[in-house]
Design a protein around this ligand. Sequence first.
Ligand code: FAD
Length: 316
Amino acid sequence: MSDESRARVPFSFELYPPRSASSEAALHETIARLAETGPDFLSVTYGAGGSTGGRSLEVLRRIRTTTDVEPLAHLTCIGNTYAGAAALIREFLDAGIESFLALRGDPPAGVPEEEVELGDLESAAQLVQLIDRVQAERAPYTESGIPGIPGAARVDRRPHVQIAVAAFPSGHPRSRHPREHIDALLAKQAAGATLAITQLFFHPDDYLGFVARARAAGVTIPILPGIMPITSPARLRRVLQLTGEELPSELAIALEVEPTADGQRAVGVAYAAELVRAVVDGGAPGIHLYAFNNHDTVLAVLRDAGILTPHKETAR
Ligand code: FAD
């Protein structure tokens, strides 16, 4: 693919709420630097069981008021009541947030998957429906006249919020069969999801094969690949622990043999950039990067992959 066409690949970033005053100042700088490059949206994670809820909303408000980038709110259902989840959605809508990533949610720290208390909403598909319903309550009823037929009117279509959902190229650990996860994605699409964002993966074929299986099963919404630059052996271990992905041996070895932190970062950036190039060449509709609240690494990945050109970086 030529650099010309790569320059038009849409991209977005994931951030998480800061854990201290100093990391909050650094995050504000990161938001500004990422926003300058013109991403489609900046998403902000939501802690399991509501543990970071207020702080997520603060970050989303910051994005909305200090940049012209769309803020996208992760929302989780684990441990929440139906009324509690509806109130939360209203709070986000009141703050002007109109894009969501509806998730079941990670188990709270230390709670094994089989002991998770789900609450009233048992799956992300139910949260998608609830977001759609709460938003519909608020959308004003409007109608327009039909030209040429005096007195006749048609009900205007109400605008829908964007509702993204998670997808897992290597299947979800809760799935009892490889096909079950695709069925769950179909259920989320039927509930009103407009976009899927994938869990991180390490090989282009993990993503491309998954998209092909999902399309064959009837998934029509865009499936955005989620890519995480892995810049140290410690981060690789942590990510494998959290996601249950298989060890990518070539990346693991390349990180282990590199003696310096700068060298390891360069390995991680180059690996992620290669992944970006391969999935874009394979037809991915854009790239979603897990930024870890640091702009330098993800911007280096986009530059290396030829997606971020100097022109695009200074375009806004
Ligand atoms: P669901 O779609 O509800 O279900 C997950 C899987 O369970 C399905 O794929 C299917 O295999 C199975 N399943 C679902 N319904 C049924 C059913 N009725 N019967 C049988 N099996 C079923 N977690 C957080 O806490 N906060 C975040 O901000 C966050 N952000 C994320 C962002 C992305 C892009 C991704 C990929 C994950 C994120 N997560 C986050 C993690 C996510 O919440 C967990 O991975 C969770 O275990 C699954 O969430 P889900 O929304 O896919 O769940």
